[in-house]
Write a protein that binds this ligand. Structure first.
Ligand SMILES: Nc1ncnc2c1ncn2[C@@H]1O[C@H](COP(=O)(O)OP(=O)(O)OP(=O)(O)O)[C@@H](O)[C@H]1O
Ligand SMILES: Nc1ncnc2c1ncn2[C@@H]1O[C@H](COP(=O)(O)OP(=O)(O)OP(=O)(O)O)[C@@H](O)[C@H]1O
Ligand SMILES: [Mg+2]
Ligand SMILES: [Mg+2]
Lengths: 257, 257
């Protein structure tokens, strides 16, 4: 069966896209088939996997243009990693979706065919930094959520916003199966600030925080300019090793796979 | 007269809030009166200035609750710096605004009274990381825009998205006076990546990029946990000096004040 996981946090720049792109590559290296759904009009996950964003080609065209999602899924240079690309016009979906009757289950409907086909072990959804309808759609369509969290004060303040949103989507009946499967601390540095933030998050969410922490590394910032996940661009770097560890921890929480 | 400036970039985590909070403090230190409008449901500018976000108290209540904006403006611990606070329910405005007839000029209307009062020399609007109606409202209500840009590849890719959006708001007639007044490079480090990105941005936008660059510094990350701008929290740090320089450059471009 296919497992749908959203990588979400309304706080900007916390490492959502970097986590999606690297987790996808790591799971594929371990033999799983992965579909990345880029739900951010910035299309960073698309270009981060080396695919050129093309105007009119995004999950939105599977609805507005009545195209079949199968025609939009694109391969990447990384074996067993495919992507539903994004492009900037996806931003227009927010306003249009907000006007639909059941604006929460649009994505659910579009992905249903892909899920039934059982072609993919995992579908990873890269969410935009917002509290809008694209994010709510991703949560309504997912089995679980991974929350990347920068080791910074503003990111910590925002953690309750995303956890409350997940609970609301779960308890309102929009998606009763939804849970936060993990919080991953990103851009960790050996500073008092990082250590403080990590300590506080581990205290408040003891069973949810992954023990793997992703260190800050310029390699992670360089990789997107080559259209590659950092685990492919700099495989022996500490940040690549950390993402491989995260992949193992992720699979442990999904024992069945 | 009152000058309205949006600090905007749809890319997340590039230093929008940090720039708003510090530019406000620096301008106030130079004798100007400043109003910060927090248009982000995360309310980071609110807490970054030491003000407690309170449920129901945001610019949205000036519209939905028919409250007067004057009742919502709050003082801060920093002389000549006031703030229109935000809170998470502002996120609900996106869906409601999208359904209004003229959903682009909501903020313009709300701020009109404040602008007429001429109490403030500058109104700085902290925008959320999105391409939604809150951001469009900020651009439609502003005289100019400052775009903070992290020295990273994804942020550079996204620069054309915000510049295109500004041109669309300007050329569509929604706000003919709007211009990008400056691009400020943030979180600069002495790496090949930072130098490459700065070089490319200076090449494409030669007259727009401020010569002041903001260095990466853990002090900037620590300051929000004390509810203070870094120019107040660590006044002798390089990042504080850079924001003071930015303030001087900003005023040079606004000669009249
Ligand atoms: N471990 C890391 N070390 C250093 N830089 C990193 C790391 N992870 C990500 N980055 C860089 O930090 C920036 C923000 O990361 P990323 O774009 O993945 O975050 P995001 O949460 O997806 O942002 P947005 O909110 O805009 O979608 C990017 O420029 C990325 O290359
Ligand atoms: N010069 C700097 N050096 C180091 N850290 C910084 C610097 N400027 C900002 N930061 C930190 O980086 C993070 C992102 O900055 P900030 O929140 O200001 O960006 P933003 O663009 O407002 O984010 P969002 O898109 O979520 O609104 C914050 O944790 C902030 O404290
Ligand atoms: Mg992203
Ligand atoms: Mg911000």
């Amino acid at each position: 069966s296919t497992n749908i996981v959203s990588i979400a946090n309304q706080k900007g720049g916390v490492g959502k896209t970097t986590t999606v792109v690297n987790l996808a590559a790591v799971l594929a290296d371990m033999g799983r088939t992965v579909l990345v759904v880029d739900l951010d009009p910035q299309a960073n996950a698309t270009s981060g996997l080396g695919v050129e964003p093309r105007s009119g080609v995004s999950i939105y065209s599977a609805v507005s243009g009545n195209e079949d999602i199968a025609d939009i899924i694109s391969g990447t240079a990384f074996e067993r990693v495919n992507v539903v690309p994004s492009e900037v016009n996806l931003a227009g979906a927010e306003v249009e979706l907000a006007r639909m009757a059941d604006h929460l289950h649009w994505l659910d409907g579009v992905l249903a065919k892909v899920v039934e086909s059982e072609v993919f072990d995992y579908i990873l959804i890269d969410c935009p930094p917002s509290l809008g309808v694209l994010m709510s759609n991703a949560l309504a369509a997912s089995d679980s959520v991974i929350v990347p969290m920068q080791c910074e004060y503003y990111a910590m303040e925002g953690l309750s916003i995303i956890t409350n949103l997940v609970n609301r989507i779960k308890n309102s009946g929009a998606n009763p199966r939804l849970d936060i499967e993990g919080i991953v601390m990103t851009m960790f540095t050996r500073t008092r600030l990082s250590e403080d933030v990590v300590g506080q998050v581990r205290e408040h969410y003891p069973d949810v925080v992954y023990s793997t922490m992703i260190p800050r590394s310029v390699r992670a910032g360089e990789a997107p300019s080559y259209g590659m996940p950092v685990v492919e661009y700099a495989p022996s770097s500490p940040v690549a090793a950390a993402y491989r560890d995260l992949g193992k921890e992720f699979l442990k929480r999904h024992k069945a796979f």
